[in-house]
Ligand binder design. Structure first.
Ligand code: NAD
Length: 358
């Protein structure tokens, strides 16, 4: 079919040593940036995304158009479509899988809990099954989340800290993903790298995240709701700029040792690694809002309310020394600078008074 020839040409390795990477969630925020960055350095990239309407899929289509213009072809389909995956793996000998598709967000679980199971559990397993059967030396890098630290109160969070108290169904599915990938690692010899992202933000970001919806509401003159935690303490997040995250994803991909042996169940011992990818400098939500006000040149109308206890944690803070030592991960964009870039993108995409619904 038409997409099959696109996929074939899109995945062609243009440079000596180039990888051939399947990026899931490629029309998503992180997936689109990572796909573009891989493509720009000469790797062959094929994207997969189901364009679901968790947030306005127009934004996903715009990201896709940008990728397509840069030579990345995106297949529209679901992780749970085992036939489609088998077909894709058959068409292209992928050297790596970069798995960034998921049901993200913590609050949506109250509306649609099963979407988390569908994408983050069942979809993950379908993808691992396909990788295990089709790739001679499977290497899978995938997005876990800082949310696995849950109600951990130790700061900063290190990879060896306890992750046995998820605060949301989202966190529980990411934690389960870590266990599931670990099982595929030791039973089938898949090489696995799990990345615990910390609040990723930037251009082409996710409209459901606070920095994004606050920007929209501030520009529209609507009040914003800021949650406060225990004893009225401000919530804080280790906001991490998208370019730093994309570099971390690719750095970890480049240092992942592919599993030894080929095919079947007889692979040698393979790597299982989990890294924090954060910024190591948490900022409170009110301070983040202050930065937005400055860049937007508009004062926000703020409602401060008690955190409703629906999945948010009080603070996040990454210790990144492991990623630093293994592949030189080194975030360089502070929140002030990164939000300036986000606001510039936001206004160029939506205008000051955007009529499009976000
Ligand atoms: P996103 O929602 O923008 O991207 C995910 C993409 O996956 C979407 O385009 C969606 O359509 C696609 N998708 C979802 N379920 C699918 C399925 N079953 N089949 C095919 N495609 C499917 O989110 P993002 O912010 O880019 O997140 C990327 C990854 O990073 C996710 O795994 C997320 O859980 C994780 N993560 C993100 C953050 C963050 O702050 N953005 C923090 C921690 C972890």
């Amino acid at each position: 079919s038409n997409w099959e020839s696109h996929v074939r040409s899109s995945a062609q390795i243009r440079r000596h040593n180039g990888f051939s990477v399947l990026v899931t969630g490629a029309a998503g925020f992180v997936g689109s940036h990572v796909s573009l960055a891989l493509k720009k350095r000469g790797d062959g990239v094929v994207g997969l995304d189901n364009f679901n309407d968790y947030y306005n899929p127009d934004l996903k289509r715009s990201r896709r158009d940008l990728l397509t213009a840069n030579g990345v072809f995106i297949v529209e389909g679901d992780l749970n479509d085992a036939k489609l995956l088998a077909n894709l793996f058959d068409l292209v000998q992928f050297s790596h899988v970069m798995h960034l598709a998921a049901q993200a967000g913590v609050r949506y679980a109250m509306e649609n809990p099963h979407s988390y199971i569908h994408s983050n559990i069942a979809g993950l397993v379908t993808l691992l099954e396909a990788s295990k059967s089709a790739m001679p030396q499977p290497s899978v890098v995938w997005a876990s989340s800082s949310s696995v630290y849950g109600l951990n109160e130790k700061s900063p969070f290190s990879e060896s800290d306890r992750t046995d108290k998820p605060a949301s169904l989202y966190a529980a599915t990411k934690k389960a993903g870590e266990e599931i990938t670990h099982t595929y690692n030791h039973i089938y010899g898949l090489s696995i790298t799990g990345l615990r992202f910390f609040t990723v933000y930037g251009p082409w970001g996710r409209p459901d995240m606070a920095y994004f919806s606050f920007t929209r509401d501030i520009l529209e003159g609507k009040p914003i709701t800021i949650y406060r935690g225990k004893n009225h303490a401000d919530l804080a997040r280790d906001f991490t700029y998208i370019d730093d995250i994309a570099k971390g994803c690719i750095g970890s991909l480049d240092t992942a040792k592919k599993s030894t042996g080929s095919g079947g169940k007889k692979r040698g011992p393979a790597q299982f690694r989990i890294f924090n990818l954060g910024n190591t400098s948490p900022v409170t939500v009110p301070m983040m809002v202050g930065m937005l006000e400055k860049h937007l040149k508009v004062k926000a109308k703020k409602n401060l309310v008690e955190m409703p206890g629906n999945g948010d944690v009080q603070f996040t803070h990454a210790n990144i020394s492991y990623a630093r030592s293994e592949f030189g991960y080194n975030p360089t964009t502070d929140l002030q600078t990164g939000l300036k870039k986000f606001v510039k993108w936001y206004i160029s995409y939506y205008g000051y008074n955007h009529a499009k619904s976000v």
